[in-house]
Design a protein around this ligand. Sequence first.
Ligand code: HAM
Length: 499
Amino acid sequence: MWNRVEQTARAVFGTFGFAEIRLPVFEQTELFARSIGGETDVVSKEMYTFSSQPGETFARIQREIELGIEDANWFRDEDLLVAPVRTLIDEVDRAIKAGEVDRTPTTQGRFERLRVQFASYRDTVAKGVSEEIILARLRVLLEALHFPVGESLTLRPEATASVVRAYIEHGMHTLPANVKLYYLGPMFRRERPQKGRYRQFYQIGAEVLGTSDAPGIDAEVIEMLMTFFARLKLKAAVLHINSIGDKNCRPAYVEKLRGELQKVREQLGPDSQRRIETNPLRVLDSKLESEQAIIEKLPRIGDHLCADCRSHYDEVKRQLTLRGIAYQENWRLVRGLDYYMRTTFEITAPGLGSQNAVCGGGRYDGLVELLGGPAATKGIGFAIGTDRLVLSLQEAGEGEVRQGLDVYLAWFGAAAQSAAIGLAKRLREAGLVVELPAVEMKFGKSLGLADRLKVRHAVILGDDELAAKVVTVKRLSDGVQQKLTEPELLHYLRAESES
Ligand code: HAM
């Protein structure tokens, strides 16, 4: 089932011109924190984060500096402080060049600061100024010395940030037209495991990156998704769409929403109360029964979009209709990650209880710029929760489609085993699915097993068949039995597997 889902994704996405990208399972924590947003649930409480050990050399130099500090006169002494700090700077420089410390704007900024503070400290000492001034300079230098050599890494909670990182790192903006990529693989979020919600789960996702943000791209991405679900016969999948505006119109709406939420603060639960300050949009996501009537009366983003966002959204809807795609508008669909703007969408499927979103996605035009790439780059994409999709298909009875065994090759006697090994090889080369028992079994037991495996045909090879240079074929559905030569057998099985 998992195979069929993933193969179908590859096939369908391929026809839309998407290519696969293989991404690392962990990245620097900072990448996720910056792109997904520090206040989101994912970053604030769901990430599996660990730190890689600082290198030996760093640890030794930092120890030396600490030892030097214990000496009363250390701050004037070349050997005790200046030399080790210089070595540390050289080492950081080397590590950055060697890729041991990642070359991010943060690490580069810190390194620059360290260099400037060191030069300024040395100047001060050389001028023979007062001890107080030296000490003040020194304090600043010591701050800068706390260079983060042990990187903080995180198991990826999602993959959009990684795709964007790779896009920037490999200069994909120079490629002609929009870049269309898809990925499959495990993601990790610290969750309380329950049906449809796991700590390690799988996603199939796709992203379009480039200079165009034409609404036709949004609609085609959604069309690809719906084609994929239709191909899998996922029934009753519902597409929900919304526009959450952009940096021109959303801030004013968020303030208005915050104002209205303040007025009803006392009637809200603790989570929503907290979100009034941190992220009022997320209140709209609340599933709490007691909050529903209140939320329905809140101002809606659709009434506050700027002219550009409004026409983008209208055009997305028109383009969906052009493609014959049905949708439901849902003004409360704000999504839980900070990088989104304008189009957001989710697809729900039956049989999943409260975790009924099988797919979420949207537009994220500012993300490439935020992560240090060209400002003009736009992006849109989605990720399907593969576990949930498989669950929903199974509940709908679509999980049974399994490629059955064509042949159970029952052999009796040492000579027959040797012939059976050769025959199995040739049948498999012809593309047939063959089960060859590894040990000899009694006739009744062997055929009984073939029955239980729901094989279409039992092919029997014993001394009699060997002598006559034929095999006995039994169709298990009706028990029809015949003796055939090998070429006849192949011809017969091929015809049967096509019927
Ligand atoms: P997301 O909504 O966080 O979006 O996740 C997408 C889908 O992954 C969800 O709709 C759900 O089916 C599945 N999922 C999420 N968490 C879990 C979990 N703990 N257990 C099982 N399934 C889960 C993203 O991840 C974005 N990166 C999507 C995207 C791509 N937006 C633009 N491009």
